[in-house]
Each structure stands twice: as structure tokens, then as C-alpha cells.
Design a protein around this ligand. Structure first.
Ligand code: GDP
Length: 334
């Protein structure tokens, strides 16, 4: 474990020199649930924070099979061709690693994973969404301190995690495919509203015409949505991740939006709203963890949990008693 072998200061020196193994260990430290690791992680993050914030952070979502990893592979290469360093992270608290693809899996990004200028990290598999997403935010800070200036955060567009990713990135890219209708693609209206760019992937082979039609439909749908806080509406573009058409245009559009938001002050505004949000999430997570780790709560929860399940006590009353017990720190319940 990093904590026993390397001090936070040593890890900091090494990761800022570009040592990938050190970055990997720093991330493991931040992901660790051990309290001693948490102290070390906090010390490391405090050193990294002043070096962070200079990157462009892009959230990428879409249902499984839409082409996220293929696109990230191509888009990442396009950023590298423009002398950027790319980190790919993933948020998928639901992932079980049995069946389906693992987000951020290196084997899914064949070219990018061999690049010195790229760093790919799969999603941690356990924890609450708030916990996983909160740690991903910290990992962004580590990656930025390590010199990565284009951060791609991948998530599956089927649940709540894409909104969490929207709250940790500067721009949000929604990937779709032609012709199946957004309800079939399981995309919630809230996600459409959050998108800065909607890219219709697989616009190749016989799909070009259908993709164009879908683009026109989506443009009409977007025109009816409220504008983004940036004042823009989502741009709808076509691409083929496999044939690499539209990819450099997509890269250029991302850069253009990032630059607009930087100049207008919208980027800083968005990030400061995000910091306020994550403060709340961090408080909730820390309280939750403290509550559930309290031995007197655990003991009482076992007893009251059964009583609540069998209807002998109301769940709300049981919760109030547990919280009272927690406050008293082990005193007998009222
Ligand atoms: P993900 O689950 O969203 O990450 O999707 P993948 O990137 O794994 O792609 C799912 C499947 O779609 C794979 O078989 C890809 O080869 C294929 N695919 C991805 N992008 C394109 C594309 O632009 N055109 C076509 N025709 N197929 C693609």
C-alpha cells in the first residue's frame, strides 16, 4: 500500500515529475477507505490543488454500445496530436465487472492505452454514487497536477451518474446513434438539457442519411430546451468513431466551447457552483460513513432493523432512535 511505503510528499514529487506509477498509487490512496490512507490522501491533495484547474474537463455519456470507448480512443488521439496530455477516468458505481464492458477499461481503448501522453483509469466498482463521484473529482486534481490537461470522464447514460459527471466537468458530451429515438436510447430529458454537444456516432456505412435525419430532429428538440447556463444551446454533430470522421471537428468544437467559457467567466462560475455542490456531498458522505461505522449504531441497527422490517416500529421512529444513539456515542437508546 502506498501509505506505508511512500510519504505524500514523495508521491507528490514523483507524480509531478510525470511518474505514472506514482500517479496510479496516488489514485489508489485517494480511493482507499482506510482512515490512515485518508489522512495521507488529504495531505497529497493539498499539495496538488494549487497545480490543478488548468485543464479542460469533458464528461462523455451514452448508453452501452453507442461507441464511447471507440470515440474516446479516437478523440484522445486527436487531443494528443495537438500536443495535449489526456487522462480518461470513469464513473460507474453500478458496475459489477460481470458482463458488459468496464468503463475506462484500457483494452477498450487500444491506441490511447499505448500512448505516453495518455493515462486511463477504470471506475472504482464499489461505493455510493456520491462517494465514487467525489473520489473521481479528487482524481481529476491528481491528474491535473501530473500534467494531464484534457480530462475525459466517461459514464453510462442510463442512470444518475451522468448528472454527477456533469457536476465535475466543464463540458458535457452526449453520444447517441441515429434513428432509435431518444426514448429508446434511455436518455432522460435532464441529460439532453445538460449536454453542450450531442454527437451522433456511427454516421457511416448505410447510416449517413438516417444520421442526418436524426440530427435534424435533435436540433429541433434542442431548440425547445432552455439554454445552458453558458447561454448556448447544445450543438448537434455527426461523427464516426471507427472511420474517424468528424472526430477532429468534435475536438475543435470542444476546444472552442472551452475557450468561450474561459473568456466569459462562465467556466469559473460553473466550477465554483460545483465546489459548493461537492462540499455538500462530502458532508453527507462523511456523516453517513461516521454513522454506519459507529459500533453502537451497528449493534442497534441490527435490532431495530428487524423491528422495522416486521412492522413493530416505524422506520422513521427507528431512524430517529438510531440517530439519538449515535449522538450520545454509545449510550443506551431512549
Ligand atoms: P461503448 O459501450 O459505448 O463504449 O461502445 P464501444 O465503443 O465499445 O462500441 C460498441 C460497438 O460499436 C463496437 O463493436 C464498436 O466497434 C462499434 N462502433 C463504435 N463506434 C462506431 C462507429 O463510429 N461506427 C460503427 N459502424 N461502429 C462503431
Amino acid at each position: 500500500m502506498a501509505s506505508t511505503e511512500t510519504s505524500p510528499d514523495q508521491l507528490f514529487e514523483r507524480l509531478t515529475r510525470g511518474d505514472r506509477a506514482a500517479l496510479g498509487r496516488a489514485i489508489t490512496l485517494v480511493e482507499s477507505a482506510r482512515p490512515a490512507d485518508r489522512d495521507q490522501a488529504d495531505a497529497l491533495l493539498a499539495r496538488c490543488l494549487p497545480l490543478s484547474g488548468k485543464s479542460l474537463r469533458v464528461g462523455i455519456t451514452g448508453i452501452p454500445g453507442v461507441g464511447k470507448s471507440t470515440l474516446i480512443d479516437a478523440l484522445g488521439m486527436a487531443f494528443i496530436a495537438h500536443r495535449h496530455r489526456v487522462a480518461v477516468l470513469a464513473v460507474d458505481p453500478s458496475s459489477t465487472r460481470s458482463g458488459g464492458s468496464i468503463l475506462g477499461d484500457k483494452t477498450r481503448m487500444e491506441r490511447l492505452s499505448t500512448q505516453d501522453a495518455a493515462f486511463i483509469r477504470p471506475s472504482p466498482t464499489s461505493g455510493t454514487l456520491g462517494g465514487v463521484a467525489g473520489r473521481t473529482r479528487e482524481i481529476i486534481v491528481l491528474c491535473e497536477a501530473a500534467g494531464y490537461d484534457r480530462i475525459l470522464v466517461e459514464t453510462v447514460g442510463v442512470g444518475q451518474s451522468e448528472l454527477a459527471v456533469d457536476r465535475m466537468t466543464d463540458l458535457f458530451l452526449l453520444l447517441m446513434i441515429a434513428g432509435t429515438g431518444d426514448e429508446l436510447q434511455g436518455i432522460k430529458r435532464g441529460i439532453m438539457e445538460a449536454a453542450d454537444i450531442i454527437a451522433i456516432n456511427k454516421a457511416d456505412g448505410g447510416q449517413q442519411e438516417r444520421s442526418e435525419r436524426t440530427r435534424a430532429e435533435l436540433k429541433r428538440a434542442v431548440a425547445m430546451l432552455p439554454t445552458r447556463p453558458s447561454g448556448r444551446r447544445a450543438e448537434v454533430v455527426l461523427c464516426s468513431a471507427i472511420q474517424e470522421s468528424g472526430i477532429d471537428e468534435l475536438r475543435a468544437l470542444i476546444e472552442e466551447f472551452g475557450e468561450q467559457d474561459r473568456r466569459s467567466g462562465g467556466l469559473e462560475e460553473r466550477r465554483s457552483r460545483q465546489r459548493t455542490h461537492w462540499l455538500q456531498v462530502a458532508i453527507d458522505e462523511a456523516l453517513r460513513a461516521e454513522f454506519h461505522n459507529d459500533p453502537s449504531v451497528q449493534e442497534e441497527l441490527e435490532r431495530l432493523g428487524v423491528a422495522a422490517r416486521e412492522g413493530q416500529v416505524s422506520p422513521f421512529q427507528a431512524a430517529r432512535r438510531l440517530i439519538a444513539r449515535f449522538r450520545k456515542g454509545g449510550a443506551p437508546p431512549p
